[in-house]
Ligand binder design. Structure first.
Ligand SMILES: [Zn+2]
Length: 448
């Protein structure tokens, strides 16, 4: 009972901060940016970038020597010429230079934390205004999927809403303040999933927020039962969304998937529109795609972003290990926001085949073509040209399935790679309840 009250307080309190009138006003303002012409949008970006760079020079010793006398229309040029590219290790090495107030958070600032799935977690200070802006950007994306405040929504992510040992429903928590159903993704097991499916049918959410891996697991369970749900839109985020996941999710969960790409550092935000294009939100942050020499590229490069709304601690030209490329042209949706190719994974998790060339995650999915009886899988690079294919077998898994996998890899993925199939009882999620489908565990493979 006490735990229930605590949840009411936690999620109810969150709802009060997030769903207030100010937030609705911000969303309306952001929606107007979608109708701007290229020139007006550029001017808006210049103004916001100028404001952010000025705040960085003023507050962060790392930039103290940079002259602040440039105008908004010169902000992009100043950024490229005066500001070096930094990354997580720069922040960890030089906190005195890159954190405001000597690295001491002010009481009115919020603390953001990266999940640390790949190495040391990082904290950033956030202004309250930037926390509210973040929510407004997410809600703007929701409007692209036809979702408006007040409609019922469900979430299937890392929320700890039911004890792991719990053996009877509810495996969820209903937040009455904003009609939100928070489901426990750790209970998508054979023993508990029927109750979760039933609850979703009754609740009939207008949208589901999920990780690609949790939505995929639910879709697999529905497939096994010969069932389907009809959720109008699934908003995925926080992990790469692979084609094999997309297909099954669409077949068993709902009408459309709208993916969202973002990170705790909040230096880039891209949102999938009704036409499936991934649009960089240029009013959220200033995004560059740079090659290994730090030069802008039309090819595949690393995402480098500058925050536009967190004036408490601007991150300037912050390089992520995510890789993608610009997609030329204009989207049929008409929004003036630039497009990128899907962000398929982290630099440190790319894996290579027998000849040392990179094998993309979408090619890896061919390994599973026509293979049944696999509950969960993970592909790990464990040495040069050596992969471990980890499987959680389902009932009925046989040598035939294993042979088919190896055959597929030889013929459809890479003929020279050495693959070892390892059967596992479970493949654990990270502490945040996320799952990495492709991992590189070979240290030398991290050289770039
Ligand atoms: Zn579009």
């Amino acid at each position: 009972m006490l735990a229930e009250l605590r949840k009411e307080f936690l999620y109810g309190g969150r709802a009060l901060v997030r769903d207030n009138a100010l937030s609705q006003r911000l969303v309306r303002k952001l929606r107007r940016h979608e109708a701007m012409d290229g020139e007006a949008l550029q001017a808006l970006g210049d103004r916001l970038l100028h404001r952010s760079l000025q705040a960085a020079i003023r507050q962060l010793p790392y930039y103290a020597r940079i002259t602040p006398d440039f105008a908004p229309h010169e902000a992009r040029q100043a950024l490229r010429e005066l500001f070096p590219v930094v990354d997580k290790s720069t922040l960890l090495d030089q906190p005195q230079g890159l954190y405001p107030n000597g690295g001491v958070k002010r009481p009115w600032q919020a603390l953001g934390k990266t999940s640390g799935t790949t190495g040391t977690p990082l904290t950033v200070f956030r202004s309250l205004a930037s926390v509210q802006m973040e929510q407004a950007f997410i809600k703007r994306h929701w409007t692209w999927g036809g979702f408006a405040d007040g409609m019922p929504r469900a979430a299937l992510r890392g929320d700890m809403v039911a004890e792991l040992e719990r053996k009877a429903p509810p495996y969820w928590f209903e937040n009455r303040y904003n009609r939100q159903l928070l489901l426990s993704s750790r209970h998508l097991t054979d023993a508990c999933v029927d109750a979760i499916i039933g609850k979703l049918r009754d609740f009939a959410p207008a949208m589901l927020q999920a990780y690609p891996s949790t939505a995929f697991t639910l879709a697999q369970q529905l497939q096994r039962r010969g069932q389907a749900l009809d959720i109008p839109v699934i908003f995925t985020a926080s992990e790469p969304l692979y084609p094999h996941q997309q297909e099954l999710i669409l077949a068993h969960l709902g009408g459309k998937i709208m993916d969202m790409y973002g990170m705790a550092e909040r230096v880039a935000f891209a949102t999938q529109c009704e036409y499936g294009s991934l649009h960089v939100n240029p009013d959220y942050s200033h995004v560059e795609i740079l090659d290994q020499h730090g030069e802008p590229t039309e090819g595949v490069g690393q995402v480098v972003g500058t925050t536009l709304h967190n004036l408490a601690m601007p991150l300037v030209r912050y390089r992520l290990s995510d890789r993608t490329r610009w997609k030329p042209g204009r989207c049929a949706c008409g929004r003036p926001f630039p497009m990128i190719e899907p962000v398929t994974g982290k630099l440190e998790d790319r894996i290579t085949g027998g000849d040392g060339a990179e094998v993309s995650a979408s090619v890896l999915t061919f390994a599973f073509k026509g293979v049944e009886h696999v509950r969960k899988s993970q592909v790990a690079q464990v040495g040069p040209g050596q992969w471990e294919l980890r499987l959680v077998p389902d009932h009925g898994f046989s040598q035939d399935d294993q042979d088919k996998l190896l055959h597929n890899i030889r013929h459809l993925v890479d003929p020279t790679v050495q693959v070892k199939v390892v059967l596992r009882e479970a493949l654990p999620d990270t502490a945040a309840g996320k799952f990495r489908w492709v991992v590189n565990e070979w240290q030398d493979g991290r050289r770039t």
